[in-house]
Design a protein around this ligand. Sequence first.
Ligand SMILES: C[S@@+](CC[C@H](N)C(=O)[O-])C[C@H]1O[C@@H](n2cnc3c(N)ncnc32)[C@H](O)[C@@H]1O
Ligand SMILES: [Zn+2]
Length: 284
Amino acid sequence: MLADIVEHLRCPVCHDGLRLGAEGVRCGRGHAFDVARQGYVSLLTGSQAPGTADSPAMVAARADFLAAGHYAPLARALAETVGTVIPPTTERPVVVDAGAGTGYYTAAVLDAVPTATGLAFDISKHAVKRAARAHERVGAFVADVWKPLPVADAVADVVMNVFAPRNGAEFARIMRPGGHLIVVTPAGDHLSPLVRELGLLSVDEAKEHRVAESLRGFAETDRREVRFEMELTREDVALVVGMGPSAWHKDHDHLTHQIRKFPEWRPAIASFRLSVFAHSRAIP
Ligand SMILES: C[S@@+](CC[C@H](N)C(=O)[O-])C[C@H]1O[C@@H](n2cnc3c(N)ncnc32)[C@H](O)[C@@H]1O
Ligand SMILES: [Zn+2]
């Protein structure tokens, strides 16, 4: 399966096509990238990954929280949306997940579209290791979404971007004419009342403006609010805090101490905005 997926890639050094052979992934000019034991390929070119990669602890917290099913309604909404934007006549749809994390949503989408293959990109190799095992039809790659993507022109039927960095120009380049970009962002009341109680980082009001700014040339064609209540244990609260932006900035020991004082169960709101965009060159 990986061989098919690799054909949608381009060499991050020279932009030539990539092929999977006995010695790993290579371009025609000899740039070579190893397939790791865990089945993923690093396509990073520079020695330095940006400091925004999720740490092993954040990735583990995210994997545990998602495995408990707390965000399953969002995974269903995403899968349903991808199912509706891919025309049924598309033979082998390609879904690119930019900033895929552990591949939880990539896998949900691939389950819903049985003919699709997925390319999961993330800058965190700890996340990508997990994404490589998330689904039999996914290929997982370490890459920086802020750099030119190692993806060939016009191959993606869907680009999805779930709470992750965006690169509008690159998303437009890799998208097939008529393709769609699906962006999920947290809404203002996401994780209330925990955000207030624990003094977590909240979604700022300029967020929506920044999303639009980062996606010049795209037009929003559909938008859906996905909002539901969760019942979280103290352990779940620690996980959701540990996987989110506050894991970067807040005093970890202080937060752990505050969470310990919580009752065993805690209700919390999950609230997301799921937006579908088309690129202007693909809009009739
Ligand atoms: C909040 S997590 C979301 C992951 C996944 N979409 C999910 O919802 O489960 C953000 C992800 O973006 C990744 N990331 C941060 N900066 C990145 C970059 N420049 N290029 C690619 N991925 C990046 C992080 O490593 C992390 O896995
Ligand atoms: Zn090359």
